[in-house]
Ligand binder design. Structure first.
Ligand code: ADP
Ligand code: ASP
Ligand code: MG
Length: 240
């Protein structure tokens, strides 16, 4: 039995069919007896759509209010996933960042995780629940919601894995792992079976959106093993 953190990106949970498919992946892992913490991004283009909505009202909204708005995307995802798992008869609970205690700096739209409380997650796992946590969100010292920068759900997942001393952090996305270059831009790019933290950091810092740079930094610092893989196929993926 292992403790596994599984993060699913926006395209992996884009609609009801996709949420149900991902719920099936989670259910299979839970059935194997593992403790499962799920971290979710907002569905599909939700974050971009919310940015557009804000722009309609104010071309320069305050970053605090943008965080209040954008953090709702991830909250929708966790509630919907919990409902899908409930419909399958599985014990689960969704938690937002302030319920977990994902403490961050106050730099709205680009906050950094300072500390993650593990008590609530652990107590839910002890009751054999699948715990579904909002990615991308933090809470600052005033109790205000923050967000962790675009792609920040990757960092949430790795930081939660580090705090819980998880055995593995799986990052599910819409490509089957890390390639030598963006496979959508460079059709001849090769998929890697394994990549070192340093090499991954170089790829992420040069703009490879497949893993947020801070997630890789966290993983290197706390020696979290990341498995980047597809939520759309059973392909082997890449270990970082
Ligand atoms: P998610 O919503 O799952 O977080 P992202 O869109 O943030 O997914 O990241 C996945 C995308 O990253 C892929 O669709 C791919 O186009 C892009 N990408 C960029 N560089 C790479 C790379 N070196 N290897 C794999 N994917 C890459
Ligand atoms: N929803 C956020 C974004 O679109 C965070 C994430 O997906 O990781 O950037
Ligand atoms: Mg991403």
């Amino acid at each position: 039995m292992a403790l596994i953190v599984q993060k699913f990106g926006g395209s992996s949970v884009a609609n009801a069919e996709r949420v149900r498919h991902v719920a099936g992946i989670i259910a299979d892992n839970y059935a194997e007896g593992h403790d499962i913490v799920v971290v979710l991004s907002a569905q599909g283009d939700t974050t971009d759509d919310l940015i557009e909505k804000a722009q309609e009202l104010n071309p320069r909204p305050s970053k605090r209010e943008m965080d209040v708005l954008l953090s709702t995307g991830e909250q929708q995802s966790v509630a919907l996933m919990a409902m899908a798992l409930e419909a399958m008869g599985l014990p689960c609970i969704s938690l937002a960042a302030w319920q977990v205690g994902i403490q961050s700096t106050s730099v709205h739209s680009d906050a950094r995780i300072k500390k993650i409380d593990t008590e609530r997650i652990q107590s839910e796992l002890d009751q054999h629940r699948i715990v579904i946590v909002t990615g991308f969100q933090g809470v600052d010292r005033n109790g205000d919601v923050t967000t962790l920068g675009r792609g920040g759900s990757d960092t949430s997942a790795v930081a939660i894995a580090a705090a819980l001393h998880a055995d593995l952090c799986q990052i599910y996305t819409d490509v089957d792992g890390v390639y030598t270059a963006d496979p959508r831009v460079c059709p001849r790019a090769k998929k890697l079976d394994v990549i070192s933290y340093d090499d991954m950091l170089e790829l992420s810092s040069s703009g490879a959106g497949v893993l947020q740079m801070r997630a890789v930094e966290f993983a290197r610092k706390y020696q979290v093993v990341i498995h980047s893989r597809s939520a759309f196929s059973d392909a082997e993926g890449t270990y970082i």
